[in-house]
Ligand binder design. Structure first.
Ligand SMILES: Nc1ncnc2c1ncn2[C@@H]1O[C@H](COP(=O)(O)OP(=O)(O)O)[C@@H](O)[C@H]1O
Ligand SMILES: [Mg+2]
Length: 540
């Protein structure tokens, strides 16, 4: 009989992660040929930047895109990072969910351990070609070159070839993936990703070779981002099931040692108090804690007053670098940046920074919507703006209060670019593709506070500009009719000297205009960048 338990049992088997993601490649950002190219470059560049920063090396990255056939491209990314050990290469590039970043809380671009191996798998599935990797850990290391394929049924790497490297560069990693892809310019393109990456990573030098010819984004600041460090989870963010697993796996002897050792901000005194409130003996063996006890322990931990996690583990881009980046990339009249103090969501420290560029060349057409550029841990987020917390925050703000027009619930209609960056030890992405940030209240609130400060600064300028425009319009109207006014006066009072009247009226118009300008100055002085913090105004 078909459909009974036995026949169903015959077809039940476990699914490897790589099989799962090969079928659900859209979850990883490989849903179409154009996006596949972007995702691959993004994963490789993110890894290069992460590796260089961890090793304290100013990054120098080469990205090249070569067309090798109809809808076929070869992506190559090379860095000057620490390199990868020979025995690690197969795992890193031929196994999904393998990495150094998932089990720790530290600000980095990658976190899932799924990035570059997924790109390699996509290449293999669409072209049959394995990934080619060359890596050297320094001048004394001859380095090695491998071609690697992922066995999707088993999520294990297969080494196709393994030989000494024959490259002149002395340290770093080069990844080459051939894949079915299309290259296009414009929005959501690799070009856009590289440009934005350069803005958020002014300490990196990026040599980019798209088909249209090489471009170099040179280093804009010499200082490397502040060192970020790994932190332990904060007790207020941990979930019961996770804590139970931690208890089972812990190397700590006692419950008290477990609490102090595996979480941040838990002192001896706090551990004792938590144990007392949970009615669990502090010196009891941690691995023997029963589910009921664990539950009470968890709830006592959540009720305990515990200092927020340390926040010196984050490295924001900084107002100066944000302004420098925007100035380089966008021709506007007004730039401003706000860096919020670090804070916490779900026990994870994070920090928001926002910058605005307004006016100038930004919008040509009346009614054009503002543009939002999103970053998480210095990685540009290009897709799924609608479901991103950053987008929600920008549309939540009542821009009308800052002199901009806005239809409720949408981006303001103004010549405006909004840049938002979230730095965190754990970015809550909406999916494995890392395209949008989940809408946590704490995160949205921080973004809105930063936007409001930027908005107030902008409003001062917009109001002044509007006042000046009004004066100008009145002056123009007056100028336009001066001739007719003089003629009319002369026809009523024939003795009037027309040309004298005309020059007098012009003089009055001029003093009126001057007065208008003086008035404008009186109200708030001529604005300069040092008038408002972290603000640049280009006066035309
Ligand atoms: N260019 C590189 N240089 C040094 N190490 C790398 C490089 N690329 C990847 N790695 C190592 O390989 C691991 C897996 O990379 P990846 O699959 O992209 O996952 P993730 O970046 O999320 O950890 C990284 O955690 C890192 O340890
Ligand atoms: Mg990665």
């Amino acid at each position: 009989m078909a459909g009974d338990a036995e026949s169903m049992a015959a077809s039940q088997r476990s699914i490897s992660v790589s099989e799962f993601f090969a079928k659900n490649r859209h979850l990883l950002g490989f849903d179409n040929k154009r996006k596949a190219l972007l995702t691959t470059v993004k994963e490789a560049v993110d890894n290069s930047l992460d590796a260089c920063e961890e090793a304290g090396i100013p990054p120098e990255i080469h990205v090249s895109l070569t067309q090798v056939g109809d809808d076929r491209w070869r992506v190559s990314v090379r860095d000057n990072g620490p390199g990868i050990l020979r025995e690690q290469l197969p795992q890193v590039f031929g196994k999904l969910l393998y990495g150094s970043k998932f089990h720790r809380l530290k600000m980095s671009r990658g976190q899932q351990g799924i990035g570059i191996s997924a790109a390699g798998m996509y290449g293999l599935i669409t072209t049959g070609k394995p990934v080619r990797v060359v890596s050297r850990t320094g001048p004394d290391d001859p380095g090695c070159e491998m071609t690697l394929a992922i066995n999707t049924n088993r999520n294990l790497p297969e080494v196709m070839s393994d030989s000494p490297a024959s490259v002149r560069w002395e340290r770093g990693t080069e990844v080459e993936i051939e894949m079915e892809a299309t290259y296009a310019k414009g929005r959501l393109s690799v070009d856009e990703y590289v440009e934005l990456t350069a803005i958020a990573n002014p300490h990196a030098e990026i040599h980019y070779r798209p088909p249209s010819g090489p471009v170099t984004f040179s280093r804009a600041v010499d200082a490397m981002p502040a060192d970020t460090r790994e932190i332990k989870p904060h007790p207020h963010g941990v979930e019961l099931g996770t804590m139970m697993r931690m208890l089972r796996e812990t190397k700590s002897e006692t419950v008290s040692a477990f609490l102090r050792g595996e979480f941040c901000r838990v002192s001896e005194a706090i551990a004792s108090r938590v144990c007392r409130n949970a009615k669990v003996c502090a010196s009891r063996a941690a691995r023997s804690v029963k589910p009921d006890d664990a539950e009470r322990l968890h709830s006592a931990l959540q009720d305990a007053k515990i200092m927020s996690p340390p926040t010196d583990c984050l490295s924001p881009i900084g107002a100066e670098a944000l302004l420098a980046g925007l100035l380089k990339g966008i021709k506007a009249e007004f730039y401003t940046a706000v860096v919020r103090p670090p804070t916490v969501y779900n026990g994870n420290p994070f920090q928001i920074e926002v910058a605005l560029a307004w006016g100038g060349d930004i919008a040509k057409d009346e009614g054009d919507k503002a543009k939002l550029i999103r970053f998480a841990n210095r990685v540009p987020l290009l897709h799924q703006p609608g479901s991103c917390c950053m987008h929600k925050a920008v549309t939540d703000v009542r821009w009308g209060g800052y002199g901009l027009s806005q239809t409720k619930g949408s981006l303001p209609s103004a010549p405006l670019v909004v840049l938002a960056h979230m730095a965190s030890v754990w970015v809550p992405y909406m999916s494995e593709g890392k395209e949008a940030v989940a809408d946590y209240d704490e995160i949205r609130k921080e973004i809105k506070l930063a936007l409001a400060e930027c908005g107030r600064r902008l409003a001062r300028l917009v109001r002044r500009r509007k006042r000046r425009k009004r004066h100008q319009d009145r002056r123009d109207t007056f100028d336009r009719y001066i001739g007719e006014v003089a003629d009319a006066v002369c026809s009523i009072l024939p003795d009037t000297d027309n040309s004298r009247l005309l020059s007098n009226l012009r003089a009055i118009a001029k003093t009126h205009t001057q007065r208008a300008d003086e008035q404008y100055d009186d109200h708030g002085k001529v604005i300069r960048s040092d008038d408002i913090p972290d603000t640049i105004i280009i006066d035309s």
